[in-house]
Design a protein around this ligand. Structure first.
Ligand SMILES: NC(=O)c1ccc[n+]([C@@H]2O[C@H](COP(=O)([O-])OP(=O)(O)OC[C@H]3O[C@@H](n4cnc5c(N)ncnc54)[C@H](O)[C@@H]3O)[C@@H](O)[C@H]2O)c1
Length: 258
């Protein structure tokens, strides 16, 4: 590790599991002080503790209870970080859901499934972004990183109308925020992981034919791992990316090049 994030204070949503946990753990190893935020409080606590133990003396991490669909929970989470004396430099709006088995092509999609997906992925990301930007503007700027998806860019999500639509919305949200707040030192970018084996996608990873099919649509020929997106997240969290905003960074094994 290179201490590329020494001095940075960072909050990551969805940090109890998968990509969020991996990225938050890497941020700790790079010298940042990191809030592991999740609605899964025991999971966030376990992840933060493991990151502290792995990084060793001097590392700082804390677990924060945060349900991104609930504005009071979101403001309380940011307040808890502020109470710790941390002024956030970076927020990773990463928490999300994909309702496998219920999300569907448009004509077959139940309204409840649509609303449940929008509630977390779009409204929850909006609330995370809204209150992050308020803090950033107050303190002279910051870097927002949103986790997008290939399904928001091409036909990869044709069987998942709700999920794909919310991810396209997240891509648009980043552009809007980037343009609106560039003059106040706020940057907003999207990271697009490809098919990445986490608890989110066990419906695919646990089914050999589904897994082979999605890997066949990944030119680099293998599933993604959460660690595949660490590097781009460190770059976007660091000052090395100070001229990057409103952009989409794809780390998808080439999936969206097809
Ligand atoms: N795994 C993939 O193939 C893949 C590909 C592209 C994009 N993504 C995106 O990456 C992000 C992380 O996914 P993952 O694969 O690590 O999934 P994951 O299920 O392993 O982790 C998601 C985390 O988000 C948390 N979460 C869900 N709803 C929440 C809420 N309302 N408030 C707070 N936390 C909440 C969960 O508790 C969980 O810890 C998601 O936005 C997902 O859409 C995943």
């Amino acid at each position: 590790m290179t201490d590329r994030l020494t001095g940075k204070k960072i909050l990551v949503t969805g940090a109890a599991s998968g990509i969020g946990r991996q990225v938050a753990t890497r941020f700790v190893a790079e010298g940042a002080r990191v809030a592991f935020a999740d609605r899964d409080q025991p999971g966030a606590a376990t992840a933060a503790q493991a990151a502290l133990e792995a990084a060793g003396a001097g590392a700082e991490a804390l677990a924060i209870d945060m349900d991104i669909t609930d504005e009071q929970s979101v403001t309380a989470a940011y307040a808890a970080v502020a109470d710790r004396g941390w002024t956030l430099d970076v927020v990773v709006a990463n928490a999300g859901v994909q309702l496998f088995g219920r999300d569907a092509k448009a004509a077959d999609l139940d309204l409840d499934v649509w609303k449940a997906t929008v509630d977390v992925n779009l409204t929850g990301t909006f609330l995370t972004v809204k209150h992050a930007v308020r803090g950033f503007v107050e303190h002279g700027g910051g870097s927002l990183i949103l986790t997008g998806s290939p399904t928001g860019l091409n036909g990869e999500g044709q069987d998942f109308t709700a999920y794909s639509t919310t991810k396209a919305g997240i891509h648009g949200m980043a552009r809007t925020v980037a343009a609106a707040y560039a003059g106040q030192g706020v940057r907003a970018n999207v990271v697009v992981p490809g098919y990445t084996e986490t608890p989110l996608v066990t419906t695919i990873s646990g089914d050999p034919s589904s897994r082979a099919a999605i890997v066949s649509r990944t030119p680099l020929g293998r599933p993604g791992r959460p660690e595949d997106v660490e590097g781009i997240m460190v770059y976007l969290a660091s000052d090395e990316s100070s001229f990057a905003t409103g952009a989409i960074f794809r780390v998808d094994g080439g999936m969206t090049s097809l």
